[in-house]
Design a protein around this ligand. Sequence first.
Ligand code: COA
Length: 252
Amino acid sequence: MMAGFQTLIYEKKEHVASVTLNRPEVLNACNVQMRDDLYQILGAIKDDPEVRVAIFRGAGEKAFCAGADLNDFLTAPSPVAAREVRWKRDVWGLFLSIPQPLIAAVHGYVLGSGIEISLCCDIRIASEDARFGLPEVGLGIIPAAGGTQTLPRTIGRARALEMLLTNRWIDAEEAYQIGLVNQVVPRERLFQTADEMAQKIASYDPMAVRNAKQAVTRGFDLPLREGLDLERRLASGLRNFAPRGNNNPGGN
Ligand code: COA
C-alpha cells in the first residue's frame, strides 16, 4: 500500500490496484492536489509490473466525482488562465497511456471531470443511481481532461455534443443505452462487480491483456491498414502466438 496521499486511497491486492477518489465531503471534486496525487499514482501503476489491472472508484454515498473543484478552478482572477497553468502537467495524457486495463466503478454524481476520469478508463460499470452530466460550458469553460475527445469517441459526435452543449444529465440506463457505460448494477453490487471483472482480467496472461488493450486503443485512431499492422506486431510478440487459422486455444 502506498501511503501519504491527501485526496486518494491507493491499495494493491495481488495483481489488482484500486484507486479511490477520497474527498467525499465535496463529492470527490477534483482539485489541484487530487490532480497531482493522480499523476503520482498513475506513474506508479504504469511502472509496476505486479499491477495487471486497476479499478477507480469514489468514496462516500453520493458521488463518484462532482467535477472540477469549483473553489480551485473558478475563483482565480482569470479562471481560464489559472486552469491552463494548473492543468499543464499532462495527467490526462498519462492516464490514457497506462498499459494495463483500467475499470471505473461509478455511482451517484458523475459530472465534468468525473465523466472524463471514467473515460480515461477502458471499462465503465455504473450503479443504478449514477447521473452523468457536463456542466462546463454553462460555467464558461470546456472540459479539459480529455472529455471533448474521449466522449465523442465513446458515444458518437452528436450525443457528445448534445451533452456538452446543453448540460442535459443522463441516468445510468440511458448511459448504458448509448454505450457510455458497459453495465449497470445495483449500488450494493457495484464494487463487487468491478472486483470480479478485475480478478478475471488479472488471471489472464498479462502480456496478452496489455497487447489487446494497446491494439484497440492505439489502433482506434489509425487507418485500418496501419491498425492491422499494429495488431499483427502485437500478436506476434506474444508467447502463445498462433498464426491465423489455428483454433482458439484460450477458449472463453
Ligand atoms: N467543487 C467544490 N465543491 C463541491 C463541488 C465541486 N464541483 N460539488 C459539490 N461540492 C460541495 C458542495 O459545495 C457541498 O459543500 P458544503 O457541504 O460545504 O456546502 C458538498 O460538496 C455537498 O454538495 P451539495 O451541493 O450540498 O449536494 P447536493 O446533493 O445538494 O448537490 C450537486 C449535488 C452535484 C448537484 C451540486 O453539488 C453541484 O451542482 N455541484 C457542482 C457541479 C459542477 O458544476 N461541477 C463542475 C464541473 S466543471
